[in-house]
Ligand binder design. Structure first.
Ligand code: FES
Length: 178
């Protein structure tokens, strides 16, 4: 299980647990990195250094793989992940307005995580559900035909969602900037 938002840093035990499952072959690099990310929620600089030592490969090789594959994150991720699709179909059907709702309420931009590590926001190019555009994926659940108001409602349902969401819940009849 990955670290919680409030404890995004690794301990040497975390990495020892991961390395203990492998014999240190360089071909283990991707599985090791996947396990580290599953454990920590991201790939820290220290874990890359230790992985390079464990597999006896250059740090640059580890860094190259981590930065090549979109599945790996270099920074701690939020407990919840919101992916707003801005592929062509979603873009022409108002995906940008949906994204604006999220950025305004959480006060983060795509690629960023809220300071309490509750939510990470991503902009994606296409999730393969163009017929449902505009599409938003929240923690792997696909929401189709999302309107700005609908996005606001989705944010209200995210457990632990922070900042503007709490404000909105406390002031349901207040001004909605979306
Ligand atoms: S463009 Fe958004 S799902 Fe394909």
């Amino acid at each position: 299980m990955s670290k919680t938002a409030s404890d995004p840093k690794e301990t040497s035990d975390d990495l020892r647990n991961v390395f203990g499952k492998y014999e240190g072959h360089r071909g283990d690099l991707i599985p090791v990195l996947q396990d580290i990310q599953a454990e920590l929620g991201y790939i820290s600089n220290e874990s890359m250094r230790q992985t390079a030592r464990f597999l006896n490969i250059p740090l640059s090789a580890v860094y190259g793989v981590v930065t090549f594959y979109a599945q790996f994150y270099l920074t701690p991720q939020g407990r919840n992940k919101i992916k707003v699709c801005l592929g062509t179909a979603c873009h022409v059907r108002g995906g940008n307005k949906v994204l604006d709702v999220v950025t305004n309420r959480l006060n983060i931009n795509p690629g960023e995580t809220t300071p309490d590590y509750e939510v990470t926001l991503e902009r994606v190019a296409c999730v393969g559900s163009c017929a449902l555009a505009p599409v938003v994926v929240v923690n792997n659940q696909v929401h189709g035909a999302v309107t700005p108001a609908g996005m606001s409602g989705i944010l209200d349902t995210i457990d632990g969602c922070c900042g503007g969401c709490a404000e909105k819940k406390n002031n349901p009849n207040g001004d909605d900037k979306s």
